[in-house]
Design a binder for this molecule. Structure first.
Ligand SMILES: O=C(O)c1ccccc1N[C@@H]1O[C@H](COP(=O)(O)O)[C@@H](O)[C@H]1O
Length: 209
């Protein structure tokens, strides 16, 4: 069993990115979705990107963005991975010529095997809580027992993860990676170093026991 990777999403400040990396995050997420309180513009994104060293993945998150908006962001900021968190079809996701991860929200009746087959060229499938009318970053968990064990893509678990529950989540689901936003914040878009540290420690604990 490999180490569970950690992505800290919704970074809006250079210092938070530095701290996430120092604490051992494998990836940081930049939200290119203007309605989100964690939205970053291209200047902020470039400044944050510039302090992220080799071997830490910088992920750009989009929600049903016009293709032109994705192209502009990709041209302006060296993003390692694109995260599509809306209802983007596979052709859209692969049209940007970059590795991508598809997020699916756990609405009733969702079939994760079908989603994996549909997005077969994705670098990972991310599963998140479904709340009608909210694209993501809900801060709410879902019933992890709904996730089948034998998915054909690396699984990224998200949705309401926090220092207090990530250990249990990793033990139960054994995902490839976990993704957290609100659970390690002091305020919307502002990360809390102690929470990031406790979160990453929780993942390591689950990995080592
Ligand atoms: O973080 C956001 O603001 C956001 C906005 C729109 C879509 C997705 C968003 N974040 C992603 O949502 C999940 C769960 O976040 P949380 O830990 O429950 O706050 C995660 O994958 C974030 O990358």
């Amino acid at each position: 069993m490999g180490r569970t990777r950690v992505k800290i999403c919704g970074i809006t400040r250079v210092d938070d990115a530095r701290e996430a990396v120092r604490l051992g995050a494998d990836a940081i997420g930049l939200v290119f979705h203007p309605p989100s309180p964690r939205h970053v513009n291209q200047r902020q994104a470039r400044e944050i990107r510039a302090v992220v060293p080799a071997f830490v993945t910088v992920v750009g998150l989009f929600v049903d963005a016009e293709p032109e908006r994705v192209r502009e962001a990709v041209a302006a900021v060296p993003l390692d991975l694109l995260q599509f968190h809306g209802a983007e079809p596979p052709e859209y996701c692969r049209s940007h010529g970059r590795p991508y991860m598809k997020a699916v929200r756990m609405r009733e009746g969702i079939d994760l095997h079908s989603e994996c087959a549909r997005y077969g060229d994705a670098a990972a499938l991310l599963v998140d809580t479904y709340r009608p009318g909210v694209a993501g970053g809900t801060g709410e968990t879902f019933d992890w027992s709904r996730i089948p064990r034998d998915l054909g893509l690396p699984l990224v678990l998200a949705g309401g993860l926090a220092p207090g529950n990530v250990d249990a989540a990793v033990r139960q689901v054994r995902p490839y990676a976990v993704d957290v936003s609100g659970g390690v914040e002091a305020a919307k878009g502002i990360k809390d170093p102690a929470k990031m540290q406790a979160f990453i420690r929780g993942v390591s604990r689950a990995d080592t026991e």
